[in-house]
Design a protein. Structure first.
Length: 117
C-alpha cells in the first residue's frame, strides 16, 4: 500500500509564499515521477509541477518562474516552493506518484491553499 501525506497548505496573502511537502511511503519503484496537481470546484485537476526520479522537472505555464519543485529520493519526499502567489492559485493541492514500472499512480488526500487578503 502506497501512502502519500501532504503538508504545508493554508491561507496566504497575495504576493506571499508557501511550501508544500509530500512524503511517500510503501512499496513502489525507484523509477517514478512525483508531483503536485491542483483542483478547484467544477474544474479538472491540473498539473502544477512534477519531477522525475532522475531530477527532471516540469512546470505548468501558470506557475513557471515562481515555483520550484524538488525531491529527496532517499526520503521519498517532494516539495513545492511557490512564491508571488495569486488568488487564482487558490485550490486543493494534491501530491501524486506515478510508478513508471508498474504504471500505477497514487494520490494524496489533498491540502487546501487559499490566497486571499
Amino acid at each position: 500500500q502506497v501512502q502519500l501525506v501532504e503538508s504545508g497548505g493554508g491561507v496566504v496573502q497575495p504576493g506571499g509564499s508557501l511550501r508544500l511537502s509530500c512524503a511517500a511511503s510503501g512499496r513502489f519503484s525507484g523509477i517514478n515521477v512525483m508531483g503536485w496537481y491542483r483542483q478547484t470546484p467544477g474544474k479538472q485537476r491540473e498539473l502544477v509541477a512534477e519531477v522525475t526520479s532522475g531530477g527532471s522537472p516540469r512546470y505548468a505555464d501558470s506557475v513557471k518562474g515562481r515555483s520550484t519543485i524538488s525531491r529527496d529520493n532517499a526520503k521519498n519526499m517532494v516539495d513545492l516552493q511557490m512564491s508571488s502567489l495569486k488568488p487564482e492559485d487558490t485550490a486543493v493541492y494534491y501530491c501524486k506518484l506515478d510508478d513508471r514500472v508498474t504504471m500505477r499512480n497514487y494520490w494524496g488526500q489533498g491540502t487546501q491553499v487559499t490566497v486571499s487578503s
